[in-house]
Design a protein around this ligand. Structure first.
Ligand SMILES: C[S@@+](CC[C@H](N)C(=O)[O-])C[C@H]1O[C@@H](n2cnc3c(N)ncnc32)[C@H](O)[C@@H]1O
Length: 452
């Protein structure tokens, strides 16, 4: 077998990460955009001793879970790596992936945990309220889009089918204006050029924040483009320029300059209007966020009169919802602007029983525990890398009975589950939830109880 060979294989299953797995003799072959039961003609694109990766050349017989159509590549599926599956089957495979990673990585006995079916979404398209697209130049024209898989080559899609219609409208207009202004595009290798990324955040009120991410400084051409964009579209409520002069893959820069309109845009959840800044985390899919928060809060036995910590709290969404019934909530968040936005929201909504703590959870939560504050329960919602190990170890020294854990990365969730189980907590319930339809990403909520 050599790179470039074309072979026929049958796909057996989907593995964690979303790729299909089939065998050619003893050789395991991973095939993106494939479905169990597919018989495919594939081209080997990389090869190791025991496994290889291949791309679909032709679908010979489609698996029964394959969505209608003959699209074969990531690009043809508008950059959605799960769009080749029918929607109900996406949910089924997401649950299987969670079970797989929990038993393989977390060493969880699946018979002893209640694992719900994946909570699906009514809207499988246009659900994203935040998009960041890199700029590139193609045939002399400024384009934006996605990076091709495992590459830094940008491909443009006519319409991004996952993001809101409003952000599609804004991004296509800003590209026209940038092309007219003849601005240069940032080149990673040379570390030269101006335009790096465009970020648009939208809300369920159909309002938008636009952040143009550039290298260099705001000059009159950029100001003119953004002024025109803002004045033409009254749904744009806030405009920033983010200056990123670093050689980095991270999009937003070190300085976010507020240029036009409001400093924050607002999103409503449970009657509370949240303030969102360019840098503050806010859940991407608002319809599913409501289900996520409801599920997570339902995992607490009873929150009345309890003192609860919301660790990794972002703009304070969960803390504010909990504060309606809890005695006191501590909200710990590392990003200063997110904590500031949360303070503004709580003041505007006259919420007085939350203590907002800006800093690292691995320091501030430890301090909170060590200073003897009464804490009854904790909810964690960390970034993809999971919960800091020292926090998990500290938990085992406390009397905190109940822990709810929201995770956007089942593999670190599984790793932390194994640690927590070793430290005296038992995973009792897990619920996968589809925050990102048509992609292989999975959100999970878990409930842990102190053993004994
Ligand atoms: C997945 S988000 C959850 C935010 C919030 N719970 C929500 O639902 O909107 C994770 C948050 O953790 C914050 N964060 C990342 N590392 C942190 C750390 N070491 N300590 C505290 N917060 C951190 C991020 O800034 C982000 O706001």
């Amino acid at each position: 077998m050599k790179k470039g060979n074309i072979v026929e294989i049958k796909i057996d299953k989907i593995i964690f990460g979303g790729e299909g797995l089939g065998y050619y003799g003893d050789l395991a072959i991973f095939v993106p955009m494939s479905v169990p039961g597919d018989v495919l003609e594939v081209e080997i694109i990389s090869l190791k001793k025991t496994y290889g990766r291949a791309l679909i050349k032709k679908i010979i017989t489609p698996g029964i879970d394959r969505a209608a159509g003959d699209k074969i590549s990531f690009e043809e599926h508008h950059g959605c790596d799960f769009a080749m599956l029918k929607y109900n089957e996406q949910l089924k495979y997401k649950k299987l992936m969670v079970e797989d990673v929990l038993s393989r990585v977390g060493k969880v006995d699946l018979d002893k945990v209640e694992i719900s079916d994946t909570v699906g979404a009514e809207n499988q398209f246009n659900y994203r309220n935040k998009v960041i697209e890199p700029f590139a130049r193609k045939n002399g024209k400024i384009i934006s889009g996605f990076f091709k898989k495992r590459s830094h080559e940008v491909f443009e899609v006519e319409e991004n089918i996952l993001q809101s219609q409003l952000s599609n409208e804004i991004i296509s207009r800003i590209k026209e204006l940038l092309n007219e202004a003849k601005l240069s595009v940032y080149n990673e290798k040379a570390h030269k050029g101006i335009l790096r990324h465009i970020m648009v955040r939208t809300t369920s009120f159909n309002e938008a924040m636009v952040v143009l991410i550039i290298k260099g400084k705001v000059d009159s051409k950029i100001e003119e483009v953004l002024n025109t964009l803002y004045n033409e579209n009254d749904k744009i409520k806030s405009v920033y320029v983010s200056i990123n002069n670093k050689r980095t893959n991270f999009a937003l820069g070190e300085q976010n300059i507020h240029l036009l309109g409001e400093k924050y845009i607002k999103e409503e959840l449970y009657g509370i209007e949240f303030n969102i800044s360019p840098t503050s985390f806010f859940q991407i899919n608002i319809e599913q966020t409501k289900k996520l928060y409801e599920k997570a809060i339902s995992y607490f036995d009873d929150i009345k009169n309890k003192n609860i910590v919301d660790a990794y709290s972002g703009t304070g969404t969960i803390a504010m919802i909990l504060s309606k019934d809890a005695n006191k909530v501590y909200a710990i968040e590392i990003v200063e602007s997110a904590t500031r936005a949360a303070l503004k929201t709580s003041a505007e909504n006259k919420i007085e029983n939350i203590e907002f703590i800006n800093g690292k959870a691995e320091e501030k939560l430890i301090e909170l525990i060590e200073t003897g504050n009464q804490i009854d329960s904790i909810i964690f919602d960390p970034p993809r890398k999971g919960i800091a190990q020292n926090i998990l170890e500290k938990l085992s020294e406390t009397k905190i009975k109940e822990v709810v854990y929201i995770s956007c990365n089942p593999s670190t969730f599984a790793r932390d589950t194994q640690i927590l189980e070793g430290l005296g907590y038992k995973l009792t319930k897990v619920c996968p939830l589809d925050m990102f339809p048509n992609t292989s990403h999975i959100e999970v909520v878990g409930k842990f109880l102190k053993k004994g």
